[in-house]
Write a protein that binds this ligand. Structure first.
Ligand code: PMP
Length: 355
């Protein structure tokens, strides 16, 4: 299988699986309990908190654990219920939908701008527009791929998810700068200093910690910047050169996009059909964001960027990680031109591939 859907989820790293497996028997206790097994579990949780704090340049007390980026995003939006909330049009649905339902017109104001988009990899220039407001950024896709420093970015809140860096699905974190407004989403427990109720997911948080250790130890953002960027750019170049009607939705200029995401549209070929044909050949890609799969509406991100439903409907996202090699690019290019050609020939949209 050629897996190129790492932006949807990264398989758990071997060291994550090992750490979680050991934790099942070693750190089984309720981490809030006052007995020794409870303390041992809590120490592990605090270790993960310190690792994330180190990676993003925060204080450990400024971090709470959640069930994932969707919960972290919802928690921030809920804190600003009834207030003015402005989001970029490229946000994940867990920001856009929550903001749509919760926003009002009272003061203060929240801006929510992701640092890097999950569908096109675009890096947003958001920090230039911030004044007189609280500022949240969804850093889910950025963590581990590019340097992330919450202080340099001037953030009040930031969202993270473990499964995008090789940790387990169902674990996330929220950075909450000291002194900013905060309302817990899950009420009814003293955990996380009353900021998030619910028994600690010790094993999951330990897995998150192992993934963070991997990121810190390997400085993965440096490797993405060279090795992964090279593969991504090579695939882009080959697609443009070898497939008629192809156009990039990702700006390959360094600092304009994450190094691991490539979004491409193919004129007169539908994204879902390309994905299914590639799947049958063992090449795994996605159309826009997996969270919207099954949704027949074109991607809101591509619509916001291009305003063209045809471009949005004919898009495919390739997303790499450090395990990919040039053979993966070769494999895509063995099958993709034939798949696109077949679909273009079947299409009702007129398209002359010789032009
Ligand atoms: N925000 C972004 C930018 C994402 O890419 C995702 C995952 N697709 C999420 C939020 C949701 O993450 P989780 O699965 O941890 O809820």
């Amino acid at each position: 299988m050629t897996y190129l859907d790492f932006a949807a989820t990264v398989p758990m790293l071997p060291e994550v699986i090992k750490a979680m497996h050991e934790a099942e028997t070693k750190f089984f206790a309720n981490a809030s309990a006052l007995h020794t097994p409870g303390h041992l579990a809590m120490n592990q949780i605090e270790h993960t908190r310190e690792l994330l704090a180190q990676l993003i340049n925060a204080d450990p007390e400024e971090i709470i654990f959640t069930s994932g980026a969707s919960e972290s995003n919802n928690t921030v939006m809920r804190t600003f219920e009834g207030c003015q909330i402005e989001t970029s049009p490229l946000e994940h649905h867990s920001v856009i939908e929550a903001a749509r339902i919760l926003k009002g017109d009272s003061l203060p104001k929240l801006y929510s701008y992701m640092l890097a988009n999950n569908e096109t990899g675009e890096i947003l220039d958001f920090y230039k527009s911030k004044e007189d407001c609280y500022f949240h950024s969804d850093l889910t896709q950025a963590l581990g791929k590019i340097p992330v420093d919450v202080k340099k970015l001037g953030l009040d809140y930031a969202t993270f998810s473990a499964h995008k860096i090789g940790g387990p699905i169902g674990v996330g974190a929220l950075y909450i700068k000291k002194g900013v407004p905060f309302k817990p989403l899950i009420i009814g427990g003293n955990q996380e200093n009353k900021r998030r109720g619910g028994t600690y997911n010790t094993v999951g948080i330990i897995g998150f910690g192992a993934a963070l250790e991997h990121v810190l130890k390997n400085k993965t953002w440096e490797k993405y910047d060279t090795k992964v960027r090279e593969l991504r750019d090579l695939l882009a170049k080959r697609i443009l050169g070898e497939i008629p009607g192809s156009s990039l939705n990702t700006d390959l200029t360094p600092k304009k996009s994450l190094p691991n995401i490539l979004n491409v549209s193919f004129r007169a070929a539908e994204g879902e059909s390309i994905q299914l044909y590639l799947d049958a050949e063992g090449v795994i890609v996605s159309t826009g964001s997996a969270c919207a799969a099954g949704d027949i509406k074109p991607s809101h991100v591509l619509m916001a960027k291009t305003g063209d439903a045809e471009v949005a409907h004919s898009s495919i996202r390739f997303s790499f990680d450090l395990s990919n090699t040039i053979q993966d690019v070769d494999r895509v290019m063995e099958v993709l031109p034939g798949v696109v050609d077949r679909l273009q020939k079947m299409s009702t949209i007129p398209f002359d591939s010789s032009q």
